[in-house]
Design a protein around this ligand. Structure first.
Ligand code: SF4
Length: 417
């Protein structure tokens, strides 16, 4: 072989030969670097998107790829009774759950089970004490997405566990917690049914939680925390108008320092303009109808434009309604089975937020993005419903990016700590 090369190649200048030799050596070294087996297997990063956003390998809580948070924290865990594998558990609640990232992660790296009610008996749920206390060890303030791998207010989570999660949040006022749920009714019931006992629950749980070596003064201070906790933001997922109308009234009736909505994956247009509260007392307007025999048609006693407590002219109140939502996150779905988000749905919410003074965060296009952004012939309409073909192309999450009409929307609520 060498002799054949000698014969075939022209004579080489010695200086050039030396340079080529060096380059070949360096190339070989680089190739070896890429070839070298890693000292320990690194799990392939997997991304999934749903109403909770995208998370990459949330096994370690102290980091997150979610654009609107710093860390994820899921102390509610599950153990597969037959195999002993530890992961998470949840159950699909609505269409936004269909491609749940947490479920995919759990099938791959957790218990191996899907998030279906039929599998509830196969797992033993537990409160992971080590994970529960993790925020106490994080000295640097963080935005923390609570229960990114399940739903804190799902029916399989006992009140006592929620109490202890709230105890940790009360004990760590230097962090900001973002609690996002699809079970808005349970969240409302928990936070309106227990305010009188919430302080003592937090304090009692704080005492139980106290790990050795942690400043006892920190625990005593828990008793003095105001309610609602100023460092806890409460939010609901809403993928379409129906879910927004079901969940947002619960959210508005729940005491919270900051209220937010995650419209991800956005599966239809949403009009948020009817979800308002009185700027004076935060009550939500509602209609009552009288049954007056003189009036054949039911008449609204209170208009949905007025606060029920401030509508009497004799009040002398000049009270207006304002948006009850402090922050709205919008995102499209990613992954092979992603459902497209029409650009106009995102634009409409952006414009509603601007008009209402609500912080708007455009998290991602997801798998599909507007045609105008792409000239690549590889972009495709494949899998897109007919009515959306003129609007968006499947280009993949990374290339789709997160610019809406050329602008990156990263607004956070004013109360961001
Ligand atoms: S509520 Fe959240 S974690 Fe639970 S199945 Fe639905 S998307 Fe997944």
């Amino acid at each position: 072989m060498i002799a054949w090369l000698d014969a075939a190649l022209p004579p080489l200048d010695p200086a050039l030969g030396f340079i080529l030799l060096l380059a070949a050596g360096a190339g070989f070294g680089v190739a070896r670097l890429f070839d070298r087996p890693r000292s320990r297997p690194v799990p392939e990063p997997h991304r999934y998107a749903d109403a909770h956003g995208d998370v990459t390998e949330p096994l370690m809580a102290d980091r997150s790829n979610v654009e609107w948070t710093d860390a994820t924290w899921t102390p509610i865990r599950a153990k597969h009774k037959a195999t002993g594998k530890v992961g998470w558990h949840c159950t699909h609640a609505t269409p936004g759950c269909v491609h749940c990232y947490a479920e995919g992660m759990n099938k791959r790296l957790g218990t191996g089970l899907p998030f279906k009610p039929g599998h509830a008996d196969e797992v033993e749920l537990f409160l992971d004490e080590q994970m529960l206390l993790a925020p106490l060890r994080w000295k640097k303030p963080r935005m923390i997405f609570v229960c990114s791998m399940t739903d804190l207010f799902a029916d399989f989570v006992p009140d006592e566990w929620i109490d202890r999660v709230f105890a940790v949040m009360a004990l760590t006022p230097h962090h900001t917690y973002q609690v996002l749920t699809k079970r808005s009714a349970r969240m409302r019931a928990y936070l309106t049914g227990t305010p009188a006992r919430l302080g003592s629950i937090i304090f009692l749980n704080a005492l139980r939680l106290q790990p050795p070596g942690v400043d006892a003064e920190q625990w005593r201070r828990a008793e003095d925390r105001p309610f609602p906790l100023p460092n806890v933001w409460l939010g609901v997922s809403a993928e379409d108008q129906r879910r927004a109308d079901e969940r947002i009234p619960d959210l508005l009736a729940t005491p919270a320092a900051i209220r937010f909505v995650s419209a991800e994956p956005l599966l239809g247009p949403i009009d948020f303009r009817n979800h308002r509260v009185c700027s004076e007392c935060e009550n939500t307007p509602f209609k009552l109808f009288k049954n007056d025999p003189l009036c054949p048609e039911p008449m609204p006693l209170w208009s949905d434009q007025q606060c029920p407590l401030h509508w009497w002219p004799s009040d002398g109140c000049d009270v207006t309604l304002r948006s009850g939502i402090d922050w709205i996150i919008v995102g499209g779905e990613s992954g092979r089975e992603a459902r497209p988000m029409h650009p106009d749905w995102a634009r409409q919410i952006r414009d509603q937020c601007a008009a209402a003074g609500t912080a708007f965060f455009f998290k991602q296009w997801g798998e599909f993005a507007p045609l105008a952004s792409f000239t690549d012939p590889a972009a495709t309409h494949e899998g897109l419903p007919e009515q959306d073909r003129a609007a968006v192309y499947r280009v993949g999450k990374k290339r789709a990016g997160r610019l809406l009409d050329g602008v990156q929307h990263d607004a956070m609520p004013e109360g961001r700590r």
